[in-house]
Design a protein around this ligand. Structure first.
Ligand SMILES: Nc1ncnc2c1ncn2[C@@H]1O[C@H](COP(=O)(O)OP(=O)(O)OP(=O)(O)O)[C@@H](O)[C@H]1O
Ligand SMILES: [Mg+2]
Length: 497
């Protein structure tokens, strides 16, 4: 099925999120959309899916104009969407989530049994494993995402919108998704694919449309070079290989000894792990997601419950204290999930920027908030971190995905700390912002801070790290220097010595 957008315009107050956007996607075409954080990609897709109402513009399906006021209309025309942030209910099973809200189809009602059957046949067709009776909360992210995709396919989506589907996937899960996309394409499904990863775009897309500040800049073929794509997106040249000065690591800042972390059922996630990070160095933890790296980051700031061992920050034991205590002892914490641990969506940007320090000088004076200081500080950070917003008083929920991430980074990297724990710090960021974050982390390193980087982006690990520790099944299985080959690192991450 083909879909065409003509002159789509959407304003939020004075901000033009979509400025007369034209887009044409043919049957069986994979059309990538590239653009900076806040360029208007999600807004455009939300309009097509009926979640946001355009101010003006037309949508054509198979050359016929259609009116889409709500997702039910989009579904009726065969348009399905997987959102930037998953919309599954964790305590429901896969089948329940898929059946939810859409029990009625053209042929009447689908029973849960029928949904399960359909899931099984789709899983077979696309060659992936999925248990319809599994609870969503027990599934790895990659599998959760497949649930979202099945949810769209089970109702016969002919146009599938994927809004940054790979941001949270491991490299292997990404490859699997790209292959599912190719299979869909062969069957004639049209796919609109939003991503910040230029390599993926070149790998699967037929065409690429670049959007900047709400406007279409160009539509090009996927043979366009990464440099050209990046500069069309950002409007300037981008350098993704940061310049790293030689270092001279100082004293041990983070000293973890025999750390064990278990989940609520007592299963060991981290097993007697020890590591040290010195002032002025970046230790990267490389590993396939789900090998304990998330729990490691969380344990350092006392967000995990079942923990044994010792975690010393500048010689002081911090394990067993509170999140607030550990942050105040001098840790900047960039959590893996900005939605869960990084922001309060309904709070303003100003408020989110002072979350950890709202009762400390200079933010507060004698128990009163110093609004003058707070607002000046917010204005300064919004500028420095290039947070795209109309007003510092807007809620975090109004920001685009990447700009939410920048709020977390701005808050955490602007405090005086000894240690930076950065978990997937560039998740969802555009190439220009990634360049900025790399520079920022390297300047923290130059300022003699210890940095623990946890990242599933191999490029990021290899570019930034001074040392790389490989985590596998909750243990550090080896340490290598950043000039290691990708192959060797990949094998170590897979648990092969
Ligand atoms: N409900 C809203 N209220 C006010 N402004 C909004 C709202 N939704 C989006 N915006 C603004 O519209 C602009 C476009 O946002 P959008 O989410 O479409 O960006 P994006 O291209 O998807 O970015 P990202 O790559 O970061 O996900 C942003 O400046 C955002 O702050
Ligand atoms: Mg978006």
């Amino acid at each position: 099925m083909s879909i065409e957008l003509r002159g789509i315009t959407k304003k939020f107050g004075a901000l033009i999120a979509n400025d007369s956007i034209d887009l044409k996607v043919a049957r069986g075409e994979i059309h990538a959309i590239l653009g900076e954080n806040g360029a208007g990609k999600s807004t455009l897709m939300n309009i097509v899916y009926g979640l946001v109402k355009a101010d003006s513009g037309k949508i054509f399906v198979e050359e016929k104009e259609v009116t889409i006021n709500e997702p039910a209309d989009a579904l009726k025309y065969g348009i399905g969407m997987v959102h930037q942030h998953f919309m599954l209910i964790p305590v429901f099973t896969v089948a329940e989530n898929i059946a939810l809200g859409r029990e009625q189809t053209k042929s009447g009602f689908l029973t849960l049994e029928e949904v399960k059957q359909k899931i099984k046949s789709l899983a077979e067709e696309f060659k992936f494993d999925i248990d319809p009776d599994a609870l969503v909360e027990d599934l790895p992210v990659g599998v959760q995402q497949r649930v979202e995709i099945i949810k769209a396919l089970i109702y016969d989506a002919k146009v599938l919108i994927l809004d940054e589907p790979t941001a949270v996937l491991t490299p292997q899960e990404t490859d699997e998704l790209l292959s599912i996309m190719r299979t869909l394409k062969k069957k004639g499904t049209s796919i609109i694919f939003i991503t910040h990863k230029l390599r993926e775009v070149q790998e699967v897309a037929d065409k690429i449309t670049i959007i900047r500040l709400g406007k279409v800049i160009n539509t090009v073929l996927s043979t366009t070079s990464q440099e050209d794509l990046a500069s069309m997106m950002v409007g300037r040249e981008v350098d993704l290989v940061p310049e790293k000065k030689a270092i001279n690591p100082g004293k041990v800042i983070l000293d973890i000894k025999n750390l064990s972390v278990a989940d609520a059922s007592g299963r060991k996630i981290i097993n007697s792990l020890s590591l040290q990070v010195r002032a002025g160095e970046i230790l990267a933890i490389a590993g396939v997601q789900g090998n304990g790296q998330s729990e490691l980051a969380r344990a350092i700031v006392n967000l995990e419950d079942h923990v044994l061992g010792s975690i010393k920050l500048d010689q002081k034991e911090i394990l067993g204290t509170t999140v607030q205590d550990s942050l105040r002892e001098g840790i900047a914490y960039i959590p893996e999930s900005r939605e869960l641990d990084g922001l309060i969506s309904s709070f303003s940007i100003v408020e989110n920027l002072i979350l950890d320090v709202h009762d400390l000088s200079p933010v507060a004076n004698k128990g009163r908030l110093d609004s003058d200081f707070i607002e000046k500080n917010a204005t300064k950070l919004v500028k420095e971190f290039d947070i795209r917003t109309q007003s510092i008083f807007d809620t975090a929920s109004s920001l685009s995905g990447g700009n939410k991430q920048k709020v977390v980074l701005a808050r955490e990297l602007s405090r005086e700390v000894k240690l930076v724990v950065a978990s997937q710090p560039t998740r969802g960021l555009d190439v220009g912002s990634i360049e900025f974050v790399y520079e920022k982390l390297l300047s923290e390193r130059s300022a003699n801070r210890a940095i623990l980087l946890i990242s599933s982006e191999l490029d990021e690990v290899l570019e930034l790290a001074d040392r790389i520790a490989v985590i596998y099944k909750g243990e550090i299985v080896g340490e290598v220097s950043p000039d290691v080959s990708r192959e060797k690192l990949g094998l170590m991450m897979a648990g092969i010595k």
